[in-house]
Design a binder for this molecule. Structure first.
Ligand code: PLP
Length: 382
């Protein structure tokens, strides 16, 4: 049985575990062996890890050898950035909408960090990239594939051409894009790419760093020689097994993932008809958004009040980015888009593999009812 709450539209925070992943985790728990042991139980555990490595690689079009298992998207991003710095990168160029995992690791890296701005649609402004790359020493550019708050897909392949022309490296945080749109690591021109199992219906606490031939993965923690010396510590066999199973299911379900876009757009229209704003909707010529993500705002309707009202109606969504401390800050992403006025009012609705059209409709009903109540109260006060 999967645990799916009443109406769960917070997949960008974490997705409910897929049945295939749950079964794989439970099966792996029954294997007693350490994958580094040479006896039969150890070999069985090793088989599970290597099967999952192949499955996760297939999700992004790479061979198993390019995949290093880690503890999640945060560690994958940190390993990519710290490896690049340990290998001689002198400067980091980080897009203004990166996840804290990238922003904070970059800030702590000890090398200079410059910010690549985004336009009003939430798309990285690549016209600024050549000048940001024109400094001394090799640079690593961090540009996510899809943003966690708006779902806006970034022009990664285009950025790669610019980065390569200056002999830089490109790291892509694909944590949110994976399982929602097709990903081809080579076509993106990435050097490293971060993935997280729990965003695609796998277990929490496991992720992967994909590295191409130009990237050097330098281990951050010392100990055993696991993951070909790239990440010390006994592998999370059950988690990795669930990750592999989720990757297979996510790849299989990709054609249906686009359906969410129709339901999402219907809700977006209702919000706009009621005077709300949808962020990251354009431009039409861009790469678009993840089909299951909606970032909306309504002036004066505080993010947290929206979250609480929807929660009372049994609908689970997030204010801006899901913050690990539970504190709600004004959305940094919405601010970067030049909409500081709307940043305290941003709400993220995100569906996924088990969401239905009805979920989006009920979410819309609850949001409109709450917005109406707030409007009536504001009129009373005025
Ligand atoms: N990168 C992005 C874009 C994310 O949305 C998240 C999680 O919210 C992470 C990285 C961190 O992943 P994890 O929770 O697996 O550490």
């Amino acid at each position: 049985m999967t645990s799916k709450p009443a109406i769960y539209l917070d997949y960008n925070a974490t997705a409910p575990i897929r049945p295939e992943a749950r079964e794989a985790v439970l099966r792996a728990f029954d294997l007693a062996g350490n994958p580094s042991s040479v006896h039969a139980s150890g070999r069985a555990a090793r088989d599970v890890v290597e099967t999952a490595r192949k499955q996760v690689g297939e999700l992004v079009g790479v061979v198993a050898g390019s995949v290093t298992f880690v503890s999640g998207g945060t560690e994958a991003n940190a390993l990519a950035i710290e490896s690049a710095v340990a290998s001689g990168v002198k400067r980091l160029v980080v897009s203004a909408i990166e996840h804290d995992a990238v922003v904070e690791t970059a800030a702590a890296s000890g090398v200079a960090v410059e910010v690549l701005p985004v336009d009003e649609h939430g798309v990285a402004d690549l016209s600024k990239l050549p000048q940001l790359l024109a400094g001394e020493g090799r640079a690593l550019v961090c540009l996510m594939l899809a943003n966690n708050e708006t779902g806006v897909i970034q022009p990664v392949a285009e950025a790669s051409a610019i980065v390569r022309a200056s002999d830089g490296l490109l790291h892509v945080d694909a944590v949110q894009a994976a399982g929602k749109i097709a990903i081809d690591f080579s076509a993106l021109g990435a050097d490293t790419l971060a993935l997280s199992a729990h965003k695609i219906g796998g277990p929490q606490g496991v992720g992967a760093l994909v590295a191409g031939t130009r990237a050097n993965v330098v281990r951050r923690q010392h100990g055993g020689g696991q993951e070909r010396g790239r990440r010390a510590g006994t592998e999370n066999v059950a988690g990795i097994s669930g990750f592999g199973a989720a990757a297979v299911a996510a790849l299989r379900d990709l054609p249906q993932a686009a359906d969410q876009g129709i339901w999402r757009d219907a809700l977006a229209q209702r919000v706009k008809d009621a005077g709300g704003v949808v962020l990251g909707e354009g431009p039409q010529s861009g790469l678009g958004r993840l089909p299951q993500t909606l970032c909306l705002a309504a002036d004066g309707f505080a993010s947290q009040v929206q979250v609480m009202n929807l929660d009372l109606a049994g609908v689970m969504v997030s204010a801006g980015s899901a913050c690990s401390s539970g504190k709600v800050k004004a959305s940094r992403v919405v601010e970067a888009m030049g909409r500081t006025d709307l940043a305290p009012y941003a709400l993220r609705v995100s569906g996924g593999w088990a969401s239905t059209e009805q979920d989006w409709i009920v979410c819309g009903d609850a949001w409109l009812a709450a917005w109406k109540r707030i409007g009536a109260r504001r009129r009373e006060v005025a």
